[in-house]
Design a binder for this molecule. Structure first.
Ligand SMILES: *[C@@H]1O[C@H](CO)[C@@H](O)[C@H](O)[C@H]1NC(C)=O
Ligand SMILES: *[C@@H]1O[C@H](CO)[C@@H](O)[C@H](O)[C@H]1NC(C)=O
Ligand SMILES: *[C@@H]1O[C@H](CO)[C@@H](O)[C@H](O)[C@H]1NC(C)=O
Ligand SMILES: *[C@@H]1O[C@H](CO)[C@@H](O)[C@H](O)[C@H]1NC(C)=O
Ligand SMILES: CC(=O)N[C@H]1CO[C@H](CO)[C@@H](O)[C@@H]1O
Length: 611
């Protein structure tokens, strides 16, 4: 009885505490909610969204477009980032409003795609915390020095894609903390002598896409002491002015791609002792001379892609002990000297020879000089086969995309490979041993080959589709019936047999697949036509040789009489092809060559008849 009572009171006590807990919980939830509501009740313009960025800064972002003014009055005064932009189809047309000066906490201001025509006098006055000013894709024609007054802490200024045509001396003189200045794709035609005045802390200068024709050393003199990065792609430059670089002692990154540079002299790089990256892609360079980069001996990467280079001196890369990346892709290298890579053989890690047609025997000797290479790009290199010991053995990345490969011996693939691109070749299937060899390749691209989805070609691949997305996502090319089907959705029962012993995936393939009516008919017709054609050509070739032979016999006596005269007169011998063609009248191999060109055959007829 007593026990029972105690139990009851105990129970009541428990209930009471539970109630108190519940009450407390509800209270705290309410508190949190009201606090949250009041904080989200701070003003946010209806056309904008307001949020905190990853660093907890207050952002107002107005990206709907169609604005004519920025709704500053509805924004909280402590906003730290304002982002005004617009979609392509609904651009803003803004005029800048000095109300912006009230936002003293502003750290970043982005106003893009807003058709801003000009920046008023003292527009950003008072914005002492502004770090980043992004005004790309507007309609600014000439920024005024006084527009930037008061921005003494600005670090980054972007004025890309405007219509700036001139920058008078001292335009940026109030921006003494500036580190990045980007003026890409404007209409600046001339560099004024003191245009970068007071930019002593500038580290990055981007001038690409302006029609400058030359860099004026006077613009750089005594100012950009700290500049690290200079980009002037597409500036219509036709020479490298070494004096400019003499004024940029700390330059590490120079990008002069897509200009009109034709001739490089070793002296052009004489003042670039700290340079690490040199970009010369898309110029008109045809030769790399002796000791071309000998003064820029700190270089780590050089890009010379998309030039017209046909010849490289064996000493061109002398003194580049630290070079790790060399891009020579899409030039005209064919008979390149096999020792060119020797000066850089110790450190070179990445080499691109894509888009050049260097013969495979040559290539083999060339690559033997860089045994430690890790990354080799040989896309669109005209390769039809790959010998076993072509590639350096420590390679981890290899691209052979866009060649004419139908088959690779498994042993030709380096065992260390992690990335392999065989896309856009002519493989119709891969063998079991090849698939085993590339089992450890992490990134594999086999797209756009001529996969022949039949029992002879893709069985080893099909057996792996359920464990490899790469294989499952490949599309059949042949037979017609299965064209475009993913390997991953095929079953063995879908595949036809093929009775041809040859699995090359060539034209003979069409004839072997009986399942494919349509293509079968086309192929059969084509092959009959081909046979007929060959017959005709053979016949005409036969007649031709006969006629030749006849000619020879009938002319024999006359010719022996003529011989002396011909040797007296050298030009008669070499000047007249008709006479020379008599030399090997019965040579079968010669006539065989002429079979291929029926047109030529027909052209020759009247000459022979007339002779
Ligand atoms: C500003 O808005 C544009 C357009 O939505 C966006 O691409 C950009 O990343 C934004 N920038 C910042 C800093 O939020
Ligand atoms: C940019 O400004 C010029 C005048 O400076 C004007 O003619 C042109 O229409 C403006 N561009 C756009 C897209 O409004
Ligand atoms: C080459 O690299 C090493 C190590 O990074 C460095 O100490 C050396 O100064 C570099 N050489 C040149 C010429 O810049
Ligand atoms: C892959 O798996 C699916 C179902 O998970 C199965 O139907 C198909 O037969 C498998 N394909 C192969 C080639 O094993
Ligand atoms: C400032 C500077 O060092 N300029 C030098 C750049 O290189 C040339 C040689 O090509 C020298 O003559 C300059 O003195």
């Amino acid at each position: 009885m007593n026990l029972n009572k105690q139990f009851q009171t105990n129970n009541q006590f428990r209930m009471a505490t539970r109630h108190v807990f519940k009450l407390l919980l509800v209270l705290t939830i309410n508190l949190i909610l009201t606090w949250k509501c009041s904080s989200s009740a701070t003003p946010c313009p209806t056309v904008c969204s307001c949020f905190l960025d990853t660093r907890g800064r207050k952002v107002v972002s107005c990206n709907q477009g169609g604005l004519t003014t920025i709704p500053f009055r509805e924004m909280e005064s402590k906003t730290e980032i304002i982002n005004v932009s617009a979609p392509e189809y609904n651009l803003n047309t803004l005029t800048m409003d000095p109300t912006i000066q009230d936002f003293q906490y502003l750290e970043e201001l982005h106003i893009t795609r807003s058709n801003v025509p000009e920046l008023g006098v003292h527009l950003f006055w008072n914005l002492k915390k502004l770090n980043v000013l992004y005004l790309s894709q507007n309609n600014i024609t000439q920024p005024l020095d006084v527009s930037f007054r008061g921005l003494s802490n600005l670090k980054e200024l972007y004025l890309d894609d405007n219509r700036i045509h001139s920058l008078p001396s001292g335009t940026f003189r109030y921006l003494s903390s500036l580190k990045i200045l980007s003026l890409q794709r404007n209409r600046i035609h001339e560099m004024m002598p003191r245009m970068f005045e007071e930019l002593g802390k500038l580290q990055v200068l981007k001038l690409s896409g302006n029609y400058l024709r030359e860099l004026n050393p006077e613009s750089f003199k005594d100012v950009l002491q700290d500049l690290r990065v200079l980009e002037c792609q597409g500036c219509s430059l036709n020479k490298i002015n070494s004096h400019v670089y003499g004024y940029l002692p700390h330059l590490t990154h120079l990008d002069l791609g897509y200009n009109e540079l034709e001739l490089l002299l070793p002296e052009d790089f004489s003042n670039l002792t700290n340079l690490k990256y040199l970009g010369l892609e898309g110029n008109k360079i045809s030769v790399l001379k002796d000791e071309q980069f000998v003064y820029a001996n700190g270089l780590r990467k050089i890009s010379l892609t998309k030039n017209r280079i046909t010849s490289i001196s064996p000493t061109a890369f002398n003194n580049l002990k630290n070079l790790t990346e060399l891009d020579l892709s899409y030039n005209k290298l064919e008979h390149v000297d096999v020792t060119i890579l020797q000066p850089i053989s110790k450190n070179l890690q990445k080499l691109s020879l894509s888009g050049n047609h260097i013969g495979v025997a040559h290539l083999k000797i060339l690559l033997r000089t860089v045994p430690t290479l890790r990354n080799l790009q040989l896309a669109e290199a005209g390769l039809t086969d790959v010998p076993v010991d072509l590639f350096p053995s420590k390679l981890s990345v290899l691209s052979l995309s866009g060649n004419f490969l139908t088959f690779i011996i498994p042993e030709a693939i380096p065992a260390t490979l992690l990335e392999l691109d065989l896309s856009r070749n002519r493989f119709s299937g891969l063998t079991e041993s090849f698939l085993q060899r590339i089992e450890y390749v992490i990134r594999l691209n086999l797209d756009k080959n001529l996969w022949a989805c039949n029992l002879c070609h893709i069985m080893p691949m099909l057996e792996r589709v359920n464990v490899s997305n790469v294989l499952g996502d490949l599309k059949c090319k042949h037979p017609y019936r299965l064209e475009g089907r993913f390997l991953g959705e095929l079953h063995t029962s879908d595949l036809g047999w093929c009775n041809s012993p040859e699995f090359s995936g060539g034209a003979n393939y069409f004839l072997t697949d009986s399942n494919d009516d349509k293509i079968g008919v086309i192929a059969a017709t084509a092959s009959i036509l081909l046979l007929l054609l060959t017959g005709i050509v053979m016949l005409s070739a036969f007649c031709y040789t006969r006629r030749h032979a006849a000619k020879y016999y009938t002319n024999e006596e006359k010719r022996t009489a003529e011989t002396e005269a011909i040797f007296d007169n050298q030009s008669a011998l070499f000047g007249d092809e008709k006479e020379l063609s008599f030399k090997f009248p019965m040579d079968y191999s010669q006539t065989k060559i002429t079979i291929a060109t029926i047109d030529e055959e027909l052209k020759k007829e009247p000459i022979i008849n007339g002779a």
